[in-house]
Design a protein around this ligand. Sequence first.
Ligand code: ADE
Length: 425
Amino acid sequence: MTATSPRLKHEVKDLGLAPLGRQRIEWAGREMPVLRQIRDRFATEKPFAGLRLVACAHVTTETAHLAIALKAGGADALLIASNPLSTQDDVAACLVTDYEIPVFAIKGEDNATYNRHVQIALDHRPNIIIDDGSDVVATLVKERQNQIADLIGTTEETTTGIVRLKAMFNDGVLTFPAVNVNDADTKHFFDNRYGTGQSTLDGIIRATNILLAGKNVVVVGYGWCGKGTALRARGMGANVIVTEIDPIKAIEAVMDGFRVLPMAEAAPLGDIFITVTGNKHVVRGEHFDVMKDGAIVCNSGHFDLELDLKYLAANAKEIKDVRPFTEEYKLTNGKSVVVLGQGRLINLAAAEGHPSAVMDMSFANQALACEYLVKNKGKLAPGLHSIPVEVDQEIARLKLQAMGIYIDSLTPEQIEYINSWQSGT
Ligand code: ADE
């Protein structure tokens, strides 16, 4: 059901869920001290006064804190979901009722609704776009060229979105600045690695309640997300096999102590397959055909195309819901394959996404990237820009401070030493 209010435009599941959302947002806030400090500064400095901002993000308790910080900074902010299955409906309701932030996001919305929400976001005529996967920016470029003049710039959260922005730049259509939040060290070292690692296993466990110890877990892709997933699966006692197409990442996986195999050899061995590549059909017909009966497959990459689910559907006698977010495909070859979360991000579909403590740094980067765009309005060249290293370092310093951890600093003698080339052996 879609609730409506005459005061504030929105599309959320049920405004009655707001009290639960508020409780959960407050709980997440305990683990987000860096973003809290930024929000407090924004509330006095108002860097976004008079600016319209669209955030396309997973609508979670952590995203709520980002939206609240941006609004505190004076932004006329509107939030839409960056994935049809990742919205926390109670959070969406609370942002509308308690914080007066228009939200267009319903867990389980179909693709047509998702695309309509992207259009609603662009109807807001944003000066700043925070994107996660680049759907809003791609739609702006394809369909709303006349609105590009309104745009100060965009920020991008995730690896998949950065890949798309690079392709747009190479095609000559990225004609505005885009800040690469994903590549900040305080983002991908922690969010992609420890966030994806923990929340992916959390999603698998919530969906299936299976024991991981002793299982053969095949991690498909050894980027930052794959590294975290493999590390945590091993920590739970699984025998982890990694598949890769990049020779350097494959060596890393080997030297991190994992068995590395081509997918064709891993397919008959795995009990659980987790895709984290950002690419299409990395698990496909030839692999499904040789899997064990009852093998579990899921995806933790941004889009739902890593598993070739069309092949599975075409070769299934029956598709049965066996638990929430868990479907069994009974295949014509007599075996079953179990698909979690419809092949969408399992950590957000069946669990709550990355824990707040890592999103604290990711969203501190987002908030400061927006401020950077505004402070440098008209000065940044079209194309991708890194988060300034001082910003990255400051976020790390604030996080350490909040964790009560102190570190050393260089002595004057050491500073002199590392800045000179004169003394050697
Ligand atoms: N991406 C992964 N986990 C997330 C979370 N908890 N909130 C927002 N975006 C996310």
